[in-house]
Design a protein around this ligand. Sequence first.
Ligand code: SF4
Ligand code: SF4
Ligand code: SF4
Length: 157
Amino acid sequence: MVLSRRAFFTGQRNAVTGAIALPWWRHQAGCDGCGHCVTACETQIVQLRAGAFPQLDFQRGECTFCAACVDACPQPLFHPREQRPWQQRIRISHHCLSFQGVDCRSCQESCAQQAIVFRLTAHGIAQPETTPQHCTGCGACIAPCPVSATGLHHEPE
Ligand code: SF4
Ligand code: SF4
Ligand code: SF4
């Protein structure tokens, strides 16, 4: 997905494409596409295509909230660091293998915050439950899911 310069952001999420911008992202006005944030990211998840604004690719890794991208940016595009980096929280779709009777806990194993737990059902297959208040929106559970059932969604507190 490419964010055009005309693209419309709602918070950190592009309302048209669903792509997620950098943490603490406030607005795009002033971003000249210099790419300093791309170079600074320790997990190399910041992507910048020609004519677009930076966005995150959680298939490449997670956000550690190191704020190196914010520090590297020469423009005032971000909310103060004291604020939460974003309102992104995990959601697991019906594509999840455990809903099809397959035992898979890849997302749980990748979540350091223990925001995903599995509970046994009457059918003997454990199914996921999320705890949004524990989720930081780091994205670590996205790439490990074999059926792309994990995703981040804007959820105001
Ligand atoms: S906060 Fe750190 S890990 Fe997250 S996108 Fe910015 S540089 Fe990358
Ligand atoms: S460092 Fe700042 S101005 Fe440069 S591409 Fe990244 S967000 Fe845009
Ligand atoms: S986004 Fe991060 S904190 Fe939230 S459930 Fe996934 S791995 Fe856990």
